[in-house]
Write a protein that binds this ligand. Structure first.
Ligand SMILES: [Zn+2]
Length: 548
């Protein structure tokens, strides 16, 4: 006797990301799980009188995307703030003024999304913001989140003058005369940010729901929130307890460098309390360095000056190597998956050394330690990912010749190092598990645009441009796998999701076209018609008939 399916999906090829059966042409869902996947004739046999049928007219069915590194809650918060994403730099002042006028009661104007490459390495100037808002403090994060642009009122409030020293792990941008210019890098951002009102619990919950809805519209069914503090975690927990998390969330709890090992017990307790519904807090996030564009990435050799000569600066390691190894070993000993931000080749190497030290001290276990970003990976370090079982948590959208690369990166690098960037194909060939993530709101959260860059190494807004290090291109199945089964592995979800496999949860995405078909046009132009979690739509295009 066959058991009747709740839902059949027919009429489009299915890319399963399951190496045992990469392709199928129909899926049946029952009680939230994949009841069958295979030839339509077999799957359709599960149709009963109450079965809903999603009859597609082409397109592609995929596992739901899992974003291995994204800032869902912060992104949701930012969607409601002064958002400069998509605004041309000449329009920033007007956009800020407009937002401030529309929010006359906001004591502090907060937002972000400005791009650094329009201003050179010194960044924008406070005078632009002063002209837009003079009476209230303004703090706007750069699109990468590693710098803040503030106005004079904000500097005044924080007491920042030419006499203020740079804080540890941060830098106050200054002009030739030593006056602060209104840009704060890394830890210096907190001098102002700590004075801004914090979102209350209801605002955090609303932000997570906004962020979650944004991800669902893009086919994402699971994610790792890459930097979660206590208030954000409390909101995640509250939503998970009420069944309001419609996606699967892994919270990477933020490690506070200043708090040291004393915070370990607290992290263990927060992990316990946050294991509820679709929420897990199984990871801890550590910053090993900053970003290249503001000279805070930790490099093995010095940055070049603009004329091609090496200076003395090798960037900022947020923890010295011994301390990093101690912290990673302690977290590994507590069973956490350690998620480390590392951009520079020195930061990547120090982190791999730390994972090696942890394995030596604690023994190897089934950990999902991961290094995110991986802009510069020394060739000698590439085989270590497989040997140490470290997941390469990659942001493929960055691996192209955009303004950040042309203006703020390549001029400051010797040619050999320039060729070491974002080595996705090399890492994969060396046996690393690749997990893709967006780092939204740093970049778009659209996995299809990100996959297009992984496959072509050309930005979607510059499609006729020159590919960046084309030897590092991935083929489309490899890129899809990195955004589905690979990232599910990074999130410890691969036994339940990440591929369209009989018995797994029915977390699926449906595209309006088949990117494997060259005639379908650019991958990044594909749209997500439906996103299902356990067979239930969490996003559906109005054109779809899900009633059956
Ligand atoms: Zn991030």
């Amino acid at each position: 006797m066959t058991v009747e399916a709740d839902l059949l999906i027919l009429g489009a090829p299915v890319y399963t990301a399951d190496p045992a059966r990469p392709w199928a042409d129909a899926v049946a869902v029952r009680a939230g799980r994949i009841a069958a996947v295979g030839p339509e004739s077999e799957v359709a046999a599960l149709r009963g009188p109450a079965t809903r049928v999603l009859a597609l007219d082409g397109g592609l069915v995929l596992p739901g995307f899992a974003d291995a590194h994204v800032h869902t809650a912060d992104g949701g918060l930012e969607l409601a703030q002064c958002n400069l994403r998509g605004v041309e730099p000449e329009g920033y002042a007007a956009a800020v003024a407009r937002y401030a006028a529309g929010h006359p009661d906001a004591p502090f104007i907060l937002g972000g999304g400005w791009v650094m490459d329009a201003f050179g390495t010194a960044g924008p100037h406070l005078a632009t913001l002063d002209a837009a808002v003079g009476d209230r403090p303004v703090l706007l994060e750069s699109t990468d989140g590693h710098s803040a642009w503030v106005n004079s009122r904000a500097l005044e409030l924080a007491g920042i003058t030419r006499a203020t020293p740079d804080p540890p792990r941060g830098r106050i941008e200054r002009d030739a005369a030593g006056e602060p210019t209104g840009v704060l890098h890394e830890a210096a951002m907190a001098l102002v940010a700590d004075l801004a009102p914090r979102p209350d619990p209801a605002e955090w919950e609303a932000a997570i729901e906004r962020g979650q809805a944004h991800l669902h519209r893009l086919g994402i069914t699971a994610w790792q929130d890459a930097k979660v503090g206590p208030e954000m975690l409390a909101a995640y927990r509250a939503l998970a307890e009420r069944g309001r998390l419609t996606g699967r969330a892994v919270a990477a709890l933020r490690w506070q460098v200043e708090a040291g090992q004393a915070q370990l017990a607290d992290l263990v307790e927060r992990r316990r309390a946050a294991t509820v519904g679709r929420l897990r807090a199984s990871a801890v996030k550590i910053f090993a360095d900053g970003v290249f564009e503001n000279r805070t990435a930790a490099m093995l050799t010095p940055y070049l000056d603009g004329d091609g000569r090496p200076g003395g600066d090798r960037g900022i390691a947020m923890l010295d190597p011994e301390e990093l190894a101690r912290v990673v070993t302690a977290l590994d000993g507590e069973g956490f998956d350690v998620h480390v931000h590392a951009i520079g080749d020195r930061a990547v190497r120090d982190t791999l050394d730390a994972f090696e030290a942890a394995a030596a001290a604690n023994g190897r276990r089934d950990a999902r330690h991961q290094i995110a970003h991986l802009q510069f990976v020394h060739p000698d370090d590439r085989p270590r990912f497989r040997r140490l079982g470290v997941v390469a948590n990659a942001q493929p959208f960055w691996s192209c010749l955009d303004g950040y690369m042309r203006e703020l990166t390549l001029p400051f690098l010797e040619p050999e190092r320039a060729g070491w960037q974002y080595p996705w194909a090399s890492l994969r060939r060396a046996g690393a598990v690749l997990a893709f993530g967006s780092d939204w709101t740093v970049s778009t959260a659209n996995p299809l645009e990100e996959i297009e860059v992984a496959v072509r190494r050309v930005a979607p807004d510059d499609r006729d441009g020159e590919p960046f290090l084309p030897a590092e291109r991935l083929d489309l199945p490899a890129a899809l796998d990195a955004f589905t089964i690979g990232s599910a592995y990074a999130l410890r979800l691969e036994a339940e999701t990440g591929s369209v496999t009989q018995g797994k949860l029915a977390d699926l995405a449906v595209l309006d076209r088949d990117p494997f078909d060259e005639a379908a046009g650019p991958i990044g132009d594909a749209r997500v018609l439906a996103t299902l979690v356990e067979g239930q739509p969490v996003h559906a295009d109005p054109s779809l008939d899900l009633s059956g």
